[in-house]
Design a protein. Structure first.
Lengths: 368, 168
């Protein structure tokens, strides 16, 4: 049965929202958190909201985190709703991640990768012990991070460029720069192209993609991935305004990129080599980019002749369920009044029960 | 940056704006877009302001950011970013344009005026020296600082047990 809307309750709803605002603020004797503080000090929450909200704007995402009281999927929903109020000027030139100003770049597969293993600002190798010094009020800001005498060389070579001459790694296909599939303008369609899949994964729920990637690692559609490269840093975005007709840089975005490598045994036509899964996300979103790369590779099963026998390889399953705004909306709409549905179900169950008891006691009825 | 490259070509675009295309213009527009809004405002306050009219009031919108599949392959849509654009005409006739990341209308308007001034013989050298050059130095300094912090976190991992030495 379709959802039947209800009327009324305006006053109660208004009061509930006022209480929500009070709850969001918390104890008024505790200082209010500023949007700038969220932007600067909860920057990884801001990054997640930008990535899954599919809109790069640190201030906007920080405001959404504040308004949502720290509920990130709710903040993502707010950002998605806001973006619909803005006109779109067009699509950018594809960003060139090789020219990234790298703050972090590691390869877990290739120890001696040119450019080196650059840890950057990372939780890796921390002990995950709570630091109670952060709970102390009025602590001085931490010492600035140490500086090397020489800056990291730019540009940082990619894992692809390192092995390019040997053909050990699958090469990217460059067939043309036609406008790619756009999920925000076109409905999902299957079989999906890799452009459609990557867009869906880039805005997909981190938790869902993480679990899918984990399921793949545990053997449900395994791709035996190795982390070829992760890089984090700032990339310039170029756009061709219609008034100008030539590309200009309109700003910089922070991106996390992940290249996952998977062995490929080769075929009659193709020599064995490594295939690659690709992850790219706004902000410092490493767990997301890694999960995306594993899922991207698993979904490319058709290209390497793998069977579909696990959820992570099924593009309809993955793409239809990866968006947390849609998923959350459909699950959470169940808490809106469903009185008419329930009334119908109630009548049905009552009738079935009556028929059930009549079947059990046919003689009694006949005797009457 | 070459100071001589700033007037190479003039033409009128489909939207009726007279456009100056040059490598120099690409560079200064990039510097203005990548600068902090506060830096642009501060530089603007120190300048003698020209008379101008708004051809397009600062307008926030979105640009769909594209990546490449695998890093170098065909494009895909990554997500959008907020961008504010503006267009102005100086009383002396030059038109300036801006597309600036974020939603700061003032940043976009000032960037458009500065773009127009940079195309004017009367203002070019001053804006170049007093606005663009310092902004560019600040941006290079920020990049350098991050690159030095990054270099300080470069490690050498030792593998303790190895099946075989890598072939050279």
């Amino acid at each position: 049965m379709a959802y039947v809307s209800v009327k009324g309750g305006e006053k109660a709803i208004e009061n509930a929202h006022q209480w929500l605002a009070e709850e969001r603020r918390g104890d008024p004797t505790v200082e209010e958190v500023a949007v700038a503080q969220i932007r600067e000090q909860l920057s990884l929450a801001v990054d997640r909201v930008m990535a899954e909200g599919s809109c790069y704007d640190r201030d906007l995402a920080a405001l959404a985190v504040k308004q949502a009281g720290g509920d990130l999927p709710e903040a993502i929903f707010l950002v998605r709703a806001y973006r619909t109020t803005l006109p779109r000027f067009g699509g950018s030139e594809p960003v060139d991640t090789e020219r990234m100003n790298v703050r972090r770049r590691i390869s877990a597969a290739f120890k001696d990768i040119p450019g080196g293993q650059v840890l950057g600002p990372t939780f890796d190798y921390t002990h995950r012990l709570l630091d109670f010094r952060l709970a102390a009020d009025g602590a001085a800001p931490p010492e600035p991070a140490p500086l090397a005498n020489e800056p990291q060389a730019w540009p940082m070579p990619t894992i692809g460029s390192v092995f390019a001459h040997e053909d050990l790694l699958e090469h990217d296909v460059r067939s043309g720069d036609d406008a790619p599939f756009d999920l925000t303008r076109e409905p999902m369609s299957f079989p999906a192209g890799r452009d459609q899949r990557l867009q869906a994964l880039a805005r997909g729920d981190e938790g869902f993609l993480l679990s899918l990637a984990y399921s793949s690692q545990r053997g449900w559609g395994s791709t035996h991935p190795l982390c070829g490269e992760i890089r984090l840093g700032e990339v310039a975005v170029e756009f061709i305004p219609e008034e100008l007709g030539f590309p200009i840089e309109i700003g910089e975005v922070t991106l996390t990129e992940c290249q996952m490598l998977s062995g490929f045994a080769g075929s009659a036509q193709k020599a064995p080599q490594f295939t690659r899964g690709y992850g790219l996300a706004f902000g410092h979103s490493e767990r997301k980019a890694m999960s995306m790369a594993i899922v991207d590779r698993a979904l490319r099963r058709g290209e390497v002749g793998e069977d579909v026998d696990a959820p992570v390889q099924d593009e309809e399953f993955v793409l239809y369920h990866s968006d947390n705004v849609e998923a959350s909306g459909f699950v959470q709409h169940l808490k809106l009044p469903h009185y008419v549905d329930f009334q119908a179900d109630l009548q049905l169950v009552r009738r079935l029960r009556r028929e059930h008891f009549e079947r059990l006691n046919p003689s009694k009825e006949a005797a009457e | 940056m070459q100071q001589t490259a700033w007037v190479e070509k003039r033409f009128v675009s489909d939207t009726g704006l007279e456009i100056t295309a040059s490598e120099g213009r690409r560079e200064w527009m990039a510097v203005l877009a990548k600068a902090e809004a506060s830096e642009v405002s501060a530089a603007w306050e120190r300048l003698e302001k020209p008379t101008y009219t708004l051809l397009r009031s600062p307008e926030p919108g979105l640009v769909l950011v594209r990546g490449r599949m695998g890093g170098l392959g065909d494009p895909f849509n990554l997500g959008e970013m907020t961008v504010t654009r503006s267009a102005v005409r100086l009383a002396t006739g030059e038109t300036g344009l801006s597309y600036v990341a974020g939603r700061n209308r003032r940043h976009a308007e000032i960037a458009a005026v500065l773009d127009a001034m940079l195309q004017s013989e009367a203002h070019h050298d001053q804006v170049r020296a007093e606005v663009i050059a310092p902004l560019e130095i600040a941006q290079a300094a920020r990049r350098n600082l991050a690159a030095r912090k990054a270099a300080a976190t470069r490690v050498d991992f030792f593998t303790l047990v190895r099946d075989r030495e890598p072939s050279k």
